[in-house]
Ligand binder design. Structure first.
Ligand code: AMP
Ligand code: MG
Length: 309
């Protein structure tokens, strides 16, 4: 049987499988099927208050499950397929299960930019929940071997799509109320969104209410300690470097995230490099400062959470 048909058949049977996307690899299941969703939460050991993103092949399918306003349509037309997720109010006949949305009246939806996954979504013709294919709070997977080392023995199919193109989770923008609120930094920046919707984008806690229930402080964590300080190298410590100047010495190994200071390259290599270093059993990883602008906001957000103990 061809791979697309096999994947769709497993999803229809309520199985959880792993799909590649342009952000990270996703643990996919039918978002309308409670027992399939339970498998996802259980495999990931994900708390049930942390809602999932539903994935689609096109806007027409999305419209069946959430109410699109003109801003949401502009965003999908401009950025999709691509690494942007929009939180919108569910329609009364929404197929997305309450389990996928952690009981909320809103749902997060996106169109991933990966050919085989889009073919599967098109053939499936319904919402597919696909959180990162790893154990909750651990490092996200950007290739098939990362998935194999954490949850490989718990899924019936892992589709290999090579190295994830962006390497960081999607940007999340909440358009379920009148104000546009950025819930998660990603490779698409709030300035890019503002230039498309022609209105201001607010940051998550602009009014003090936490709108993203699953935004955990400790997340993306490797097995070893991650330190955002390179001044005093520790025993058996590896370094993630940035740029070509003033690279600190005294580390057991150095991986340079981008000698030419390209933030998209840093994003793509970040999780992969940390996976590589945690597999070598260093006691800790130190990271050089990354500029906090553009994609740097998303990179520093992940690094900060990864360093929380
Ligand atoms: P992940 O699946 O790990 O990429 O995480 C998806 C993230 O999307 C969750 O951690 C939530 O923070 C966010 N999210 C999903 N659905 C909603 C929703 N309805 N409202 C707000 N945030 C959401
Ligand atoms: Mg995740």
């Amino acid at each position: 049987m061809d791979l697309v048909k096999k994947a769709v058949a497993l999803l229809k049977q309520g199985e959880a499988i792993v799909l590649p996307t342009e952000t990270v690899y996703g643990l996919a299941a039918d978002a309308s099927n409670e027992s399939a969703l339970k498998k996802v939460y259980q495999i990931k050991n994900r708390p049930s208050f942390n809602p999932l993103i539903s994935h689609y092949a096109d806007i027409e399918e999305i419209k069946k499950d959430v109410i699109l306003d003109s801003r949401a349509i502009k965003i999908f037309e401009h950025f999709s397929p691509g690494p942007i997720t929009v939180v919108l109010n569910k329609t009364t006949s929404s197929r997305i299960s309450d389990l996928a949305t952690a009981g909320l009246k809103t749902a997060a939806v996106r169109i991933p930019n990966k050919k085989i996954t889009l073919e599967i979504l098109r053939e499936f013709a319904g919402p597919i929940a696909a959180p990162s294919a790893n154990i909750s709070t651990k490092l996200s997977p950007t290739n098939k071997s990362h998935v194999e080392k954490s949850i490989g023995n718990q899924v019936k199919l892992i589709i290999d799509g090579g190295e994830a193109e962006h390497g960081l989770e999607s940007t999340i923008i909440d358009l379920s109320s009148t104000k546009a609120i950025l819930l998660r930094f990603g490779t698409i920046t709030s300035q890019e969104i503002e230039s498309v919707i022609k209105e201001e984008v607010f940051l998550k806690d602009y009014d003090g209410i936490i709108k993203a229930p699953g935004m955990m402080l400790k997340h993306y964590s490797p097995k070893c300690k991650l330190r955002l300080d390179t001044a005093n190298p520790q025993k058996n410590e590896a370094l993630l470097a940035f740029g070509e100047d003033q690279i600190p010495t005294g580390f057991a190994e150095t991986i340079n995230l981008s000698p030419k200071k390209d933030l998209a390259e840093v994003a793509k290599k970040l999780f992969k490099s940390i996976h590589e270093l945690e597999d070598k059993n260093y006691d800790s990883i130190a990271v050089m400062p990354i500029p906090n602008i553009g994609i740097g906001l998303a990179i520093n957000d992940r690094l900060k959470r990864a360093s929380n103990t």
